[in-house]
Design a protein around this ligand. Structure first.
Ligand code: AGP
Length: 595
């Protein structure tokens, strides 16, 4: 969901190239349109268009922009279609202020009507433009920037982060409410961005803004004020030790492939972290004491939650209810008690659906636990107790390594809850590596079988049901085909009618469920559907398979993790077969900070 990046410098320089580089590092957040503005003297140079940062730079030469301060915005469209007119940043009517937004101001239409009545000309249907005009309105009444932003805040409903520049002051003004925003100060330059990694090549000393903070940022200094009363507050500088190198492709064609290949190491790092009781014990303790236990997340994180509930049932004999965030509030809201524990799972830690449900659970007095990848994220800050999944940066929009570590984390927690010895988990990283090495060619082969098809079913039974769902999500996300992952026994209750000659159905079966799955495979095979398989080597299964990905021999509980790796590779190759870029699927964004 949109990325913003601002620089203020002591010297007049070619800020455009720095903004473009910062924008590239944020490109996972939105690529519907890109715009950059710099201020040189008192002139604002604003250039923007639809497309990715490289495309807009080629077309409009963003890199050549000069000035002492500037911003770039990468948009993932919500308010207004992806179009030049809706691209950010925006200027006010008098071209005195320029600003850019990440997030959603939900009362945009009402504000737009009011502004137009007051004589403002609004050109777009984008909420970012309205924000700039509201601040300009208060400036015209004689307020300074800080006061104008404070007054504007009272009019904005929603969650957002905004950066504003005006043509007379060499400063960036930023406000954060609900969306991520960080600041960094160096001697001659200062920066403000939607995330930490985009700043790391410039400095690793980062200040995390809090909701309701307004930052006034100058070269060499940044001051923070509370929006409610204008009082000054101190914000700590945190030194980040991670490198930006992990956010680069390292010789792989795509981030997705790199991140799939990083899974053995990511698993190893997580297993090491799990031996650090400082993080783990409080989490385990809360789960143990829960009356009712819920696992809440969206998309891929939701699938990890479903797998987690299977692990808790099978290994710990304990009920855990997996739920989507809104489903959680709508379906379970009235039955929650302060003895209930809700584990919120999110790669980014910024997904609005998740944060809304988290606030709801807090109001109900429940214990809220966070499991996230991005350190310093809102989820980490709000949760009573948190556990990092320790994957490093995941740039590609399709989540891969973060799912695997969420799954491993749930497996570990279930083992702890069930009083089982977790030492055996140390073999997992090598098994993941073996799966990549042994199945890569088979995954390519299977992907070849679905080329040309516009639809596919993934069927899983029991513990592989969430893997079927995840395999399907990954495939639809990066191939744009229609794909569903369902419980295999449900197939005969409706979807089976789609099967005709060569219709592809992919079965993922764990070792203990092979006999049951053979019944379900027969239903497809006898109708001449194309049977694709992800399973351990098995003579009977072999007879049905037109394409067979053979997972290394393991156990019923480890199998789903290894099968996921192969399903990821299948999706990757299917996307490549269509000449699509799996890292940045159309219409999607890595971090969804909107309803
Ligand atoms: C996964 O490939 C997707 N990009 C998406 O479903 C994602 O998992 C979902 O948006 C949740 O994101 P989060 O884990 O950052 O909360």
């Amino acid at each position: 969901m949109c990325g913003i990046f601002g620089i203020v410098s002591e010297e007049e320089k070619q800020l455009g190239s720095m903004l473009v580089e910062g924008g590239k590092r944020l490109s996972y957040r939105g690529y519907d349109s890109v715009g950059a503005a710099t201020i040189s003297g008192e002139t604002i140079d604003l250039r923007k268009d639809i497309g990715k940062v490289e495309e807009v730079d080629d077309k409009l030469n963003l890199s050549e922009l000069t000035g002492k301060r500037g911003i770039i915005q990468l948009r993932w469209a919500t308010f207004g279609a992806p179009a030049q007119v809706n691209a950010q940043p925006f200027m006010d009517c008098k071209k005195e202020i320029v600003g850019a937004e990440n997030g959603n101001v939900v009362n945009t239409i009402q504000l737009q009507e009011l502004l137009e009545k007051e004589g403002h000309t609004i050109e777009s249907t984008n909420d970012g433009e309205v924000c700039v005009h509201v601040v300009a309105k208060y400036m015209r009444q004689g307020n300074d920037m800080l006061k104008s932003i404070q007054l504007a805040y009272k009019e904005f409903k929603g969650d957002y982060a905004l950066i504003f520049l005006n043509k007379t002051e060499n400063k960036l003004y930023a406000i954060k409410k609900g969306s991520g925003l960080v600041v960094a100060v160096t001697e001659k330059e200062s920066y403000c961005s939607s995330d930490v990694p985009s700043i790391l090549p410039l400095t690793n000393k980062i200040i995390h803004m809090e909701d309701g903070d307004i930052a006034v940022i100058e070269p060499g200094k940044a001051e923070f004020y509370r929006v409610e009363d204008g009082s000054k507050v101190e914000r700590e500088t945190v030194e980040h030790t991670e490198s930006m190198e992990s956010a680069q492709k390292g010789g792989y064609e795509h981030f997705m492939l790199k991140e799939i290949h990083e899974q053995p190491n990511a698993a190893r790092d997580l297993i090491d972290l799990l031996n650090d009781s400082k993080f783990v014990e409080p989490f385990v303790e809360e789960i143990k004491n829960a009356r009712e236990l819920y696992f809440v997340g969206c998309g891929t994180s939701h699938h990890a939650c479903i797998l987690g509930s299977y692990y808790f049932n099978k290994i710990a004999k304990r009920r855990a209810i997996p739920s989507l965030p809104q489903q959680f509030t709508e379906e379970y809201g009235n039955t929650l008690t302060p003895e209930d524990v809700i584990v919120f799972v999110s790669q980014s830690g910024e997904t609005k659906d998740v944060l809304d449900a988290l606030k709801f659970a807090k109001e109900k007095g429940c214990k809220v636990l966070g499991m996230m990848n991005v350190l310093g994220s809102t989820l980490m800050n709000i949760a009573d107790v948190y556990l990092p999944i320790a994957c490093g940066y995941e740039i590609s929009v399709p989540a891969t390594k973060t799912f695997l570590n969420q799954a491993i984390m749930f497996l570990y927690l279930a083992m702890r809850e069930g009083g089982k010895d977790t030492a055996g988990l140390s073999e997992l990283p090598d098994l993941i590596q073996k799966t990549i090495d042994e199945t890569d060619e088979q995954c390519k082969e299977l992907a070849g079988h679905i080329k040309g098809w516009k639809e596919l079913y993934y069927l899983g039974y029991g513990i592989t049901h969430p893997i079927a769902k995840e395999g399907a999500l990954k495939l639809k996300e990066i191939t744009y085909m229609h794909c569903e992952g369902i419980f295999s026994s449900e197939f005969k209750h409706g979807p089976l009618s789609a099967v005709e000659k060569d219709y592809p159905v992919a079965f993922i079966t764990a070792p203990d469920n092979v006999d049951m799955m053979i019944s379900h495979i027969n239903e497809v095979a006898c109708r001449h559907g194309k049977v694709l398989l992800i399973a351990e080597d098995n003579d009977v299964l072999q007879k049905y398979a037109e394409s067979y990905v053979k997972i290394p021999k393991t156990s019923q509980t480890i199998f789903p993790i290894l099968a996921t790796v192969s399903a990821q590779l299948v999706s990757y190759y299917a996307s490549k077969n269509l000449d699509l870029n799996p890292d940045f699927p159309r219409n999607l964004s890595k971090t969804l900070t909107v309803d």
